[in-house]
Write a protein that binds this ligand. Structure first.
Ligand SMILES: *[C@@H]1O[C@H](CO)[C@@H](O)[C@H](O)[C@H]1NC(C)=O
Ligand SMILES: *[C@@H]1O[C@H](CO)[C@@H](O)[C@H](O)[C@H]1NC(C)=O
Ligand SMILES: *[C@@H]1O[C@H](CO)[C@@H](O)[C@H](O)[C@H]1NC(C)=O
Ligand SMILES: *[C@@H]1O[C@H](CO)[C@@H](O)[C@H](O)[C@H]1NC(C)=O
Length: 338
């Protein structure tokens, strides 16, 4: 064989290798691509998803809102963001979303034309950790079947159109660290089971809903960093949320009908925000408030508190409006006690 024959043989091999590699260079899993194209179709092929085309690789960064698993090099779709789709008319969350079994993150934000219930097919996502469906018109109860997705870490269903009662069974989710259900029309009582979330659970925000009844006594078991139950119709005792042995940083209970003796609560030394405005809370302000180094926001106005505002710490730095409209609270920054 002469050298030019060897060269042309080599070039043929080279061309074949190149052709081959461009054919297999697609990282996107075929089933994932199929599922994504079905989701796009089920949402009426919105122009915001025009980058999702069958002839391109769904994993090469050009598909809007789609990320694949590069860590394990499986390149399965593990992160889907369907926010701001600008849907021209009402659509439901497609059941085809359940056909992306490697999803870790699912984010669906700011879609006013997304309506209807959360599909049960979502329970097929058995590796899902972060589920964010917010600022949509998705409705119905927040479903009990979420407790079937054992991997869930965070649930955010804020500012949708959810009604019904809170799902009781999600307290069995061993990895759950927080729920955010603000701004819906959820009614009924907070389930007793919510006192048995795991030790990892640190954040509960369900403000701006229609919750009634009492805060369960089982909440004494919780060690929440952040709790916001503002703007509901809760009544009775909320002292279980407090405690000097807890790690609580923010407590927001504004605009309910809560009634308990504030003078008797224990205070977490890390407390930095306390909003109790517009309730029926009575007793005195605890002296321990003056020792809280991080306390930078406080509002106890419009309650039935009495006695002298403890002098010291940050308490005199807060505005008069933080203390106004109580039964007989007095002392700086309010007028002196008589
Ligand atoms: C992604 O793949 C398509 C075709 O498969 C190609 O046209 C595009 O340039 C690629 N984009 C990147 C960022 O690699
Ligand atoms: C729900 O739909 C109404 C009207 O169809 C719209 O005004 C509102 O902004 C939507 N809500 C959200 C959170 O997108
Ligand atoms: C609450 O959690 C903190 C750490 O985040 C811990 O130091 C504290 O002991 C816990 N308290 C209770 C009552 O579990
Ligand atoms: C405290 O709450 C009252 C009643 O809602 C409000 O009018 C006032 O502006 C608040 N003050 C501060 C400092 O947040």
């Amino acid at each position: 064989m002469n050298s030019s024959a060897t060269m042309s043989g080599l070039s043929i091999v080279l061309v074949m290798v190149l052709l081959c590699s461009s054919a297999v260079s697609e990282l996107c899993n075929t089933k994932d691509k199929q599922a994504l194209l079905q989701i796009k179709k089920d949402l009426g092929n919105p122009t915001t998803l025009s980058s999702w085309v069958s002839t391109t690789d769904c994993c090469n960064g050009t598909w809007q809102g789609v990320l694949c698993d590069t860590d394990t090099q499986t390149y399965r779709v593990n992160n889907l963001d369907l926010s701001n789709l600008n849907l021209p008319k009402p659509y439901r969350i497609p059941a085809s979303i359940g056909n992306l079994p490697y999803l870790n993150f699912l984010t669906i934000r700011t879609n006013p034309n997304l309506v209807g219930a959360i599909p049960a097919a979502i329970t097929k996502l058995n590796q899902l950790r972060y589920l964010y469906i917010t600022h949509t018109n998705v409705s119905g109860a927040i479903p009990e079947f979420l407790s079937q997705i054992k991997t869930l870490v965070t649930l955010d269903f804020s500012y949708n159109d959810h009604s019904g009662t809170l799902p009781t069974s999600i307290s069995s989710l061993a990895n759950l660290v927080g729920i955010t259900f603000d701004g819906n029309r959820i009614s009924g009582a907070i389930p007793d089971s919510y006192g048995s979330f795991s030790n990892l659970f640190t954040s509960m925000t369900i403000s701006r809903n229609r919750l009634t009844g009492k805060i369960p006594a089982t909440f004494a078991n919780l060690n929440l960093s952040f709790v916001d139950l503002s703007r509901n119709k809760l009544e009775g005792d909320a002292s279980v949320l407090f405690g000097s042995d807890k790690n609580t940083q923010k407590i927001r209970l504004a605009k309910n009908s809560l009634a308990f003796d504030l003078g008797k609560v224990g205070l977490s030394k890390n407390l930095n925000g306390l909003d109790l405005r517009n309730n029926r809370i009575y007793g005195m302000l605890p002296k321990g408030l003056t020792t809280l180094k991080f306390l930078h926001s406080l509002n106890v106005s419009y309650n039935n508190l009495c006695g002298e505002i403890p002098q010291g710490g940050n308490l005199q730095r807060f505005d008069v409006s933080s203390y106004d409209h109580n039964k007989c609270l007095c002392g700086s920054p309010l007028p002196a006690c008589t």
